[in-house]
Design a binder for this molecule. Structure first.
Ligand code: ATP
Length: 599
């Protein structure tokens, strides 16, 4: 049985994500990969929090010691001490942020790497079922969100917690009664915060989802521009975008609005606390219960006490937005990879190219078979045309030969070896594809042909282009082989694109060739060039051709006619015509149509 491998990340199995706590723990496990730096950051956080507490304490002490006692002896040392405390405080702040940025950038670097690498291990089906822009949004926006939060929030959360505890301890030590006064606002803060964050968490998740959706839509409409324009669907697309944009605006608006309440609420409660401490403290000082210095320390500490609470609540919101992003990233990392090869699967040696299907059945979804009980043999070097109505299962057979999917039952033999005992990579390395919508990458024509075999020399690339009848049109281009192609294939015709992909396949020199013939109408000269190039390419290779043109069907060694996932006829062109079955009627109807068009 083929084993499915669960995603592994940086050598450690990270727990699956469900719930806030688990996601935070999982993000933490990335930070823990940088233990020594994390320890340094934490030390600096402790130092800055302690120094932050020491400053006001020294001021209060100084007031009691020098002003209240009207003495200036050693006052200069107090000033030096204060300068040192605030100087070291700044240095520790700078260091912690410097190191934390390093950790954060390394963490998101690792996440991006894992996500991108994992993309390339996922089955083809995964991409068929998802919007590409939405997936791209996860690598960019969602990870960026995590990065922004890690840069600032981790430090902030630690230092806020430390400052909170430290302030509380000193305040209790100075005056338990005044501490109690300061604490009156805490339950109010807690309740307010809970009310706000229970709403924002949901809204941030929603915002990330909507952003992903919108990116998906933008990507789709940019790559589908030609279709949109040719069907004059611009108004519809603009309207659909408006709706998505509106939804994103709404979720962003509410998330930000609720978040915006936090500082206002905190400020109000802060002022309330300050007033209370000043009033009660003033009363105590007048009655001689506490010194003026203690009141100064206290008013400053009451601010220091509410500030970390304020910061914590602000960070909590940013954290929620990062968790929403991280969840979407982990979702993909946790998706099962393409089934990995059997444990004892071996690399395929150079093959002759025999392909045999023995009782192969397969379905994409549970339910009825997409193809059922397929049996046929393609001898080495034979060309096999797959013919049949749309949706019959021709591409599915190709998907099975290339092992993008595995049969539910039956076996596929390559050179008489069960394909399951062969590694996928070694099989695909002996195959090449010439598809209708051949994909050209951003880069030069030379690079695009060289994609067939990366170590090919410039001469080999040129030879392949000559064999593919592509050389003459390439040399007519402004920069010849160095002409840059853009992803949208601007400046290159459909036929030329096909010639380039034939050149790419010639260079790859595969034993098995998959050819999805172009249906688009190409001028007769280019078509002849393509036919000629194809004949050269097919020579000596086992080829599977999803045939749309009668010429290729006629010259194929074997024609397999498929209907509703089953082979209904098999044989050469002449044999099938003699049978006067499905193929015969298909052929004669196409012939009649052609004659009709010629008259
Ligand atoms: P065409 O000539 O139109 O390309 P085809 O003969 O190549 O058609 P297939 O693409 O093999 O037909 O499709 C066979 C059946 O499987 C169709 O009913 C199709 O809807 C279904 N199908 C194809 N790909 C998938 C997929 N990824 N997931 C689910 N069903 C699929």
């Amino acid at each position: 049985m083929l084993k499915k491998q669960k995603a592994k990340t940086s050598g450690k199995q990270r727990t699956s994500t469900s719930g806030l706590g688990k996601t935070i723990l999982r993000i933490w496990s990335y930070l823990a990969d940088h233990k020594s730096l994390m320890i340094l950051v934490l030390l600096m956080v402790v130092a800055s929090s302690a120094l932050g507490l020491l400053g006001p304490f020294l001021i209060g002490w100084g007031i009691d010691e020098y002003f209240a006692a009207a003495s200036t002896d050693g006052f200069i040392w107090l000033l030096v001490g204060l300068a040192a405390v605030y100087g070291l405080h700044s240095i520790s702040l700078w260091l912690q942020s410097y190191w934390m940025i390093g950790i954060a950038q390394q963490t998101v670097y690792t996440m991006r790497k894992q996500l991108f690498t994992h993309f390339h291990k996922l089955p083809i089906d995964f991409f068929n079922k998802r919007q590409h822009g939405e997936l791209m949004s996860r690598v960019t926006n969602d990870i960026e969100n995590v990065s922004a939060t890690l840069n600032s929030s981790v430090i902030q959360i630690f230092s806020s917690l430390l400052t909170l505890v430290g302030t509380l301890v000193v305040m209790i030590w100075l005056s338990p009664l005044l501490t109690l006064v300061t604490m009156i606002i805490v339950p109010l803060m807690f309740l307010g915060m809970k009310w706000i964050t229970s709403r924002t968490g949901r809204l941030y998740k929603e915002q990330q989802r909507r952003l992903g959706e919108m990116n998906g839509y933008i990507e789709e409409t940019i790559s589908g521009q030609k279709i949109i324009k040719s069907f004059s669907q611009e108004p519809k697309v603009i309207e659909e975008f408006r709706v998505k944009n509106e939804q994103l605006k709404q979720s962003g608006y509410w998330a930000q609005t609720f978040t915006g309440f936090i500082p206002k609420l905190m400020n109000m409660l802060n002022n309330l606390s300050f007033t209370l401490v000043a009033a009660v403290g003033g009363y105590f000082a007048l009655n001689g219960y506490v010194s003026i210095g203690t009141i100064v320390i206290f008013t400053e500490y009451s601010r220091q006490f509410t500030r970390p609470l304020n910061d914590l609540s602000n960070q909590f919101n940013t954290l929620l937005s990062a968790v929403a992003g991280a969840d979407r990233v982990f979702d993909i990392i946790d998706t099962d990879e393409e089934a990995i090869d059997e444990k004892d699967a071996a690399a395929l040696p150079d093959i002759k190219g025999k392909v045999e299907f023995k009782g192969v059945s397969f379905s994409y979804e549970k339910g009825g078979d997409t193809v059922s009980n397929l049996s046929f043999i393609a001898e080495p070097g034979q060309s096999v045309a797959l013919v049949g109505p749309t949706g019959a299962g021709k591409s599915t057979i190709i998907n099975l030969i290339s092992r993008f999917y595995e049969p539910d039952s039956g076996i596929i033999l390559i050179d008489d070896t069960d394909s399951r005992s062969i590694t996928r990579r070694s099989l695909r390395m002996q195959m090449a594809f010439v598809l209708q919508d051949s994909f050209l990458f951003q880069g030069s024509i030379r690079d695009n042909i060289r994609y067939g075999r990366l170590d090919a020399t410039d001469e080999e690339v040129e030879q392949a282009a000559r064999a593919a009848n592509a050389h003459s049109f390439i040399t007519r281009m402004p920069a010849g082989y160095d002409t840059e192609l853009s992803q949208d294939d601007a400046g290159i015709s459909q036929g030329q694109k096909q010639l380039l992909s034939i050149a790419r396949a010639i260079l790859a020199d595969p034993s098995i060739l998959i050819l999805d013939e172009a249906t688009s109408s190409i001028d007769t000269i280019t078509e002849l060039k393509i036919q000629e190039a194809l004949q050269k390419l097919l020579k000596g290779r086992t080829s599977f051709i999803i045939a749309h043109r009668l010429n290729t069907i006629k010259s194929a060694d074997q024609i397999i006619v498929i209907d509703s996932g089953q082979i209904i006829e098999k044989g050469s062109h002449e044999e099938l015509l003699e049978q006067k079955g499905f193929y015969h009627s298909l052929y004669t109807s196409q012939l009649e149509k052609k004659q009709l068009m010629n008259t």
